[in-house]
Design a protein. Structure first.
Length: 420
């Protein structure tokens, strides 16, 4: 279409006698430059994006899933991890938000042979969680006791839960890890070459019966951990009305690139009972990240994002004390994440879990690689475009010369009016 418009433009220029050498050179240069910005630019040669991100991606986002990075075809993690992280981050940001809690992607796959300095380069692109089993000396959640202490511990997230794949998943081993506590990270891939992978329904059924597990994502778990050291609180109690606000240290959370996820605070209210609240009440079985409150005896659990001031109408105002925060959301003893590795087709990777909303996935995205033997197509397309431009230029140059010669042969009138 652009070539057709350009051709018509040339004909108009020719008719009005404006196709001099200078004009022609400038216009042909503009056409050649426009070819550089064609859809099949060489920078994108070798891969195509996942169209499902624009459709079911929004649905998965609303369900509480997260979108992170796996890699980019034709770019090597080992050769230039910064370039891979940058391109992958831009690929995600231009298509979908990373989470309902934050738009910036902070989770990525990295191979096990990167150096500590290379992991720092990746982190400088905004990716704070690197997984899993990346071979670093500082680690996070390789066991129930391997609690992260510094942000660089998250450059090597463990994989304790095994796989969701049927025939590989081990229900008893997974149950043992969940009983031990901490963050349990599982692995999932929806397709291997042309074969669709089946999930283990027994594992999903077992997980659905657990009420002690926080089903979360890499980015949520990291943000909860990071904000634990960043957030303070404002509170007061007067005439039976308890005011509470979680206050974020902006400098701290910005340094971590953490999302504003709800933290669960512990408040001792003595013998008082909550009569009413501006916050929705949570059930003890609530296992997905959300705002709300619940009371167990004298203990009030408040799950709230920073900056959201909430109130509680108590039965008396004799006593209260903010004791701190729980390790995991809603005072769960264990957290579970499922990472969807090499997600090239969100539909194939996610469709079997549509009826299991309690599970939350960290989809590690990568564009689809063009099939072997077809890598030449983008180059051929660009070649055809350049040849078309050159052909049009030669034809119009010839027409311009003939037009000029014809004008030279026309007799010049000495005077008189123009023909009507």
């Amino acid at each position: 279409m652009s070539l057709m418009v350009t051709s018509v433009f040339y004909v108009v220029m020719l008719k009005w006698g404006l196709l001099e050498d200078c004009h022609m050179r400038m216009l042909v240069l503009a056409m050649l430059l426009s070819a550089t910005f064609a859809p099949a630019v060489l920078a994108d040669a070798g891969w195509e994006e996942d169209g499902w991100l624009a459709t079911i991606g929004a649905e998965r986002l609303e369900k509480g899933d997260e979108f992170g990075c796996y890699g980019m075809p034709n770019l090597s993690w080992k050769a230039d991890p910064g370039a891979v992280a940058l391109e992958c981050r831009e690929y995600i940001e231009e298509r979908i938000e990373a989470s309902i809690w934050g738009s910036n992607p902070i989770s990525t796959y990295t191979p096990s042979d990167l150096s500590e300095s290379q992991h720092t380069v990746v982190a400088n692109q905004g990716f704070k969680v690197h997984g899993d089993e990346t071979g670093q000396s500082n680690t996070a959640w390789h066991s129930a006791e391997n609690v992260p202490e510094d942000d660089y511990d998250w450059y090597d997230l463990g994989r304790r839960g095994g796989s969701l794949e049927k025939g590989i998943a081990d229900v008893s081993s997974l149950e043992s890890e969940l009983d031990a506590g901490g963050l349990v990270n599982m692995y999932w891939i929806g397709r291997i070459y042309d074969a669709t992978v089946r999930h283990d329904a027994g594992v999903v059924d077992m997980l659905s019966e657990r009420d002690d597990v926080w089903f979360t994502t890499w980015g949520e778990a990291f943000s909860y951990w990071a904000l634990d050291s960043c957030n303070s609180h404002n509170d007061s109690l007067k005439d039976g009305l308890l005011h509470f606000e979680s206050v974020d240290s902006t400098a701290c959370s910005s340094a971590y690139k953490a999302w504003n996820v709800p933290l669960t605070w512990i408040v001792d209210v003595g013998n008082a009972q909550v009569l009413d609240s501006s916050l929705d009440e949570l059930d003890v079985d609530e296992s997905n990240t959300n705002e709300g409150w619940r009371q167990e005896g004298s203990t009030l659990f408040i799950s709230v994002i920073s900056g959201n001031e909430v109130t509680f109408n108590l039965s008396d105002d004799d006593y209260y004390e903010v004791l701190g925060k729980t390790q995991f959301f809603n005072n769960k003893t264990t957290a579970l994440t499922v990472a969807g590795h090499a997600t090239t087709d969100l539909f194939l990777w996610s469709k079997r879990f549509d009826d299991h909303d309690f599970l939350k996935f960290t989809w590690l995205l990568t564009p689809r690689e063009i099939e072997s033997g077809l890598e030449w197509l983008p180059y051929a397309g660009l070649g055809v475009l350049l040849l078309s431009v050159s052909g049009i230029w030669l034809v119009l140059k010839k027409d311009a010369l003939e037009h000029s010669k014809a004008e030279d042969l026309m007799p010049v009138a000495d005077g008189g009016d123009d023909d009507e």
